[in-house]
Design a protein around this ligand. Sequence first.
Ligand code: SF4
Length: 438
Amino acid sequence: MIDHTIFENKIAAYYTLGCKLNFAETSTIGKALANHGIRKVRPGEKADICVINTCSVTELADKKCRQAIRRIGKQHPGAFIVVTGCYAQLKPEEVSHIEGVDLVLGTEQKLDIFLYLDNLKKKEETGVVISSSSKDIRRFSPSCSTDDRTRHFLKVQDGCDYYCSYCTIPFARGRSRNGSIDSLVQQARDVAEKGGKEIVLTGVNIGDFGKTTDESFIDLLRALDEVEGIERYRISSIEPNLITDEAIDFVAASKRFAPHFHIPLQSGSDGVLQLMRRRYDTALFRHKIEKIKSVIPHAFIGVDVIVGTRGETEELFEEARCFIDSLDISQLHVFSYSERPGTQALKIENPVDPKSKQMRSQQLLDISEKKLQAFYASHRGRQAVVLFEHTRRGNLMHGFTENYIKVQAPYDSSWVNEVRSIQLGDWNEDKTALVIKD
Ligand code: SF4
């Protein structure tokens, strides 16, 4: 039985590691606690409750979570510390041994966090409580992060049924499932009503949308496109085999869906793609890029790649590098392969040594830089529509064009969360954005 009076005047701090989906879900957890009178910590205050929503995508992510948990414990001495998210789901025992942790919640349990707070009894009284038993995760929790005044992350889908050989996400987040189109349209309307201008559709495998509601991704795009008040949607990472030509044509014709794609390739070698158990080959990937560029020549295309997967020999990497270099894309997101317990990839022979991984990573980062520079350069002097963000850095502010070019401008509070038509100029000083042409 929960004694609700114990939560009166309590303050909670929230920390999120990892993907946008986690950010959206932390926002939902925050709303749940706020409904019980627990307000969010203000700068400089000590919190009574700390909620840490973790990531476990690589070994490095686990390490960062451990560091963050210890740091947060020190920042808020005596606070009740809750750890949830993928790391908590996959390694609850390990998490329970980290200094300061009182409660470990798995993927399903985090949706009902309030049921587990147990009157905020610290571990000294009860021992660390672990609740992350469910392996068959099927619940879908609607989530939309509203912390950022310009960009909102709307969770449209969760989980994954693909089981790529290197990935633990299906174990951490469960089966593919989604919200209904009606419920997502309603959330988009709510964002618009509160003055939100941009929504990013997020999920683990969003192209798989519709499995649990018997709907389709393209119908979701069509329905969201009708929501008045939203200036822009961005589609976050979508598997190449699931982004249909119909969806690409729809984005090309839509006024609201931005010409911005994020597509994981992972390797440019068919042999490595097979080892990874990906569901496409390089020919299909090239077709998707060419299709996008043929109907939306100015589209920004970001591509994820992993280097140093087990079995990626020098020859296979070279084949991958040449393929990637030949693609008309805008930027690469380069990751180093990380050994994850319980994955099929561990059965593949020929692990790649750390030095080779580092060298391969650098080669792809160089290609990425070259492509990004070329993409930005091809836009200098062009008219563009920019949505400016609220963050102020000195006397400067930033925003993004529809096709994801970062733009820098002198700070002007009347431009925050506003869409402006400007002419793109040259690089800024540190070459991270284009300035506005005088
Ligand atoms: S598609 Fe593959 S890499 Fe992506 S979440 Fe699913 S299993 Fe992991």
